[in-house]
Design a protein around this ligand. Structure first.
Ligand code: PMT
Length: 400
C-alpha cells in the first residue's frame, strides 16, 4: 500500500525516521512529506536515503525537473496516488490546520486533497495537548473518521511531565498495519501463486533443492488476499505460515507443483510463478538410503516439465506472471523468458547478492513487459509484492 508519512515540526520528528523504516518493513511504500519546521529538526536527506524516494517539502519547488507549473500541483498527484496518510508527529498547529481546512504548505494542501484513510499521531507539550482548542480540533478530526493515535505520558523535551510524547513508532506501525484497509481492487480475481523451492529426492533421506525461503511468494499471497482476491498458494516446503484466508496447497516436488497448478488453473484469473522450481529431478531415486562406498557416485538427472511454459500455452484470458532469477544478463534473459514462456510479465531479480533475492527480506526487481521495462529497485518483499500487484492491474487494463 502507498502511504504518505507527513512529518510535522517537533523534537519527535527524528522518530519519524524509524517509523519510515518500520512501515516499509510492513509492506508500505512510504512517501515522505515534511513541513518547513520538520526540516529544522531532521534533514530530508535522511528520509530520502531510508525510502529511496524524493521527499516532498515545498509547494513551489523550483528544482523540480517537471518545472514549477506541474510541481505546483504535485500535492494533488501525491494525494491521489496514496491510500493512507499518517501524520507523525502531528503538532498542535498541524492539527488546527487540518481541523479548519487551512491549506498553506505541501502537507496541509495534500491533506485537503486526500480522500483515503488518515492517521494522526500527535506530539506536543502537555498544556498544548490539554488545551480546549486542541481537544476541540482533535474531536473534529475524530468525527471525520480519522484515527488518532494518542501520545504517551512521560517526561517531555520541554521538561514537563505528562501526556504529549509521540506514541512509540512500533505501536504506530502496528496500528496502521492493522487498521489500514487496502483498496479492494482484486475482488473477483482468483490469484494462483507458487512459492518456495521444490525438493527432488535422491533417496528417502536426501534431496536436491535450492535456497528459496518462500518469502516473496507468501508476501504476494498476503497482499493479493488483503486486496480482495481469492488466493490459491501452491507452496513448496518452507518455514512460513500461510496468511489467513489463503487456500494453501502444500507440495514437495516439481511434478507435484505442476499437477497442483494445472488442477487450479481453470478457476484462476491471474497466475504468479514465484517458486524456484527444480529444472531437473533424479531419474530414478533410490528406494533405500544410499550406502557410502568411498567411490564417486553419478546421479542421472532428467528434466522436469516447465510449469510456467505449460501455463503460458494454456493461458487463454488469464494474466500470467513469471519470475526470472538470474546471476547475469538480467534484462536479456528476462526478455527471453517473457517470450519463450508466453508470460504477460516477468519479475526479473538478480540473485547473486547476499542482501536481496533468495532467503532474505529484500529483493531488487525489474518488471519486464511487452511494452517496456519498469525498474522497481530494491525494497522489502512485502512492499514489492504490493507494487507488482499494482502493475499487474495496470498491464492487464492495457491489454483488454
Ligand atoms: O523464496 P525467496 O527466498 O523469497 O526468494 C525469492 C526468489 C528469488 C526465489 C524469487 O524472487 C524468484 O526469483 N523466483 C523464481 C526462481 C526461478 O526458478 O527462476 P528461473 O529463472 O529459474 O525460472 C523462471 C520462471 O519459470 C519462474 O517463474 C519459475 O517459477 C518458472 N519455472 C522454472 C522451472 C520449471 N521447471 N518450471 C517453472 O515454472
Amino acid at each position: 500500500m502507498n502511504l504518505i508519512l507527513g512529518v510535522g515540526g517537533g523534537i519527535a520528528a527524528y522518530k519519524a525516521a524509524e517509523l519510515a523504516r518500520l512501515l516499509q518493513d510492513r509492506g508500505f511504500a512510504v512517501n515522505v512529506v515534511m513541513t518547513a519546521s520538520a526540516r529544522e529538526f531532521v534533514q530530508p536527506l535522511t528520509f530520502a536515503a531510508l525510502t529511496g524516494r524524493k521527499v516532498m517539502t515545498d509547494l513551489f519547488d523550483q528544482s523540480s525537473p517537471e518545472g514549477t507549473l506541474s510541481s505546483s500541483v504535485e500535492h494533488i498527484g501525491v494525494a491521489q496516488e496514496n491510500e493512507v496518510l499518517l501524520v507523525a508527529p502531528a503538532t498542535a498547529g498541524l492539527i488546527a490546520k487540518f481541523a479548519h481546512g487551512l491549506a498553506d504548505d505541501f502537507l496541509s494542501t495534500t491533506y485537503l486533497a486526500f480522500t483515503g484513510q488518515v492517521f494522526i499521531a500527535p506530539a506536543m507539550n502537555t498544556n498544548m495537548w490539554n488545551h480546549p482548542a486542541t481537544r476541540a480540533n482533535l474531536q473534529i478530526l475524530r468525527d471525520r473518521g480519522h484515527v488518532i493515535l494518542d501520545p504517551e505520558a512521560g517526561r517531555l523535551a520541554c521538561g514537563t511531565i505528562g501526556p504529549g510524547r509521540l506514541a512509540e513508532p512500533r505501536y504506530i506501525t502496528d496500528q496502521v498495519a492493522l487498521l489500514a484497509r487496502p483498496a479492494q481492487d482484486f475482488v473477483g480475481d482468483t490469484v494462483l501463486i507458487t512459492a518456495g523451492p521444490t525438493r527432488e529426492a535422491i533417496d528417502p533421506v536426501r534431496y536436491i533443492s535450492n535456497r528459496s525461503s518462500g518469502k516473496m511468494g507468501y508476501a504476494l499471497a498476503e497482499a493479493a488476499q488483503r486486496r480482495g482476491a481469492r488466493v490459491v498458494l501452491v507452496s513448496g516446503p518452507v518455514q512460513l505460515t500461510a496468511p489467513a484466508g489463503v487456500a494453501l496447497v502444500k507440495v514437495t516436488t516439481a511434478q507435484e507443483m505442476h499437477s497442483a497448478v494445472l488442477q487450479h488453473l481453470a478457476e484462476s484469473t491471474i497466475i504468479i510463478k514465484s517458486a524456484a522450481v527444480a529444472d531437473y529431478r533424479v531419474a530414478s531415486a533410490a528406494a533405500q538410503k544410499l550406502k557410502k562406498t568411498g567411490e564417486p557416485v553419478t546421479l542421472t538427472l532428467e528434466p522436469n516439465a516447465d510449469i510456467l511454459a505449460d501455463v503460458g500455452r494454456r493461458k487463454e484470458h488469464r494474466f500470467v506472471v513469471g519470475f526470472a532469477a538470474e546471476t547475469e544478463n538480467l534484462l536479456e534473459y528476462g526478455r527471453q523468458k517473457l517470450a519463450s514462456k508466453r508470460a504477460d510479465m516477468i519479475v526479473a531479480n538478480l540473485v547473486n547478492s547476499s542482501v536481496t533475492g533468495f532467503d532474505t527480506d529484500l529483493n531488487d526487481v525489474t518488471l519486464i513487459t511487452g511494452t517496456g521495462d519498469i525498474a522497481l529497485g530494491q525494497a522489502s518483499k512485502r512492499e514489492l509484492a504490493g507494487r507488482i500487484l499494482d502493475y499487474i492491474l495496470r498491464q492487464r487494463a492495457g491489454k483488454s
